[in-house]
Design a protein around this ligand. Structure first.
Ligand SMILES: [Cu+2]
Length: 134
């Protein structure tokens, strides 16, 4: 008599446990992981924050550090601290095209007309900067 009373109770417990299990599994499946795209690297920030002279463009780690502004017609030193050779080449108009060997410096004569001059490296298409003359 005691056994027959205990069996249905155990069966109910087992059934509840199974139901709870399948409910949990079903409700947690339909979330989708949100893709996190960090695209900030694509924006070249050339604010001259790195310790560089006022009239100095520093190339380090395949990236340019450019002064905030340079005077029209000024002489700007380009310092290449990489071992790779780089260029500072105006994107348009052939305004300037300076080649700097690894570990060397070169001099860029700033255009006389105020404006922003985007430039790049002819060897490394991911290297971009902006020279602001004003
Ligand atoms: Cu380069």
């Amino acid at each position: 008599m005691k056994l027959s009373a205990a069996l249905p109770a155990a069966a109910v417990v087992a059934a509840c446990a199974l139901t709870a299990c399948s409910d949990d599994g079903g409700s947690t499946v339909d979330y989708a992981p949100t893709p996190t795209v960090t695209d900030t690297m694509a924006m070249p920030s050339s604010d001259g924050a790195v310790a560089a002279g006022a009239n100095e463009i520093v190339i380090s780690g395949f990236a340019y550090t450019v002064p905030a502004t340079v005077a029209p017609g000024a002489q700007v030193t380009i310092r290449n601290t990489d071992t790779a050779e780089h260029t500072v080449t105006a994107d348009t108009g052939g305004t300037f095209d300076i080649e700097i060997e690894g570990g060397e410096t070169a001099t860029l004569t700033v255009p006389p007309t105020p404006g922003t001059y985007p430039f790049h490296c002819t060897y490394h298409s991911n290297m971009h900067g902006n020279l602001t003359v004003g």
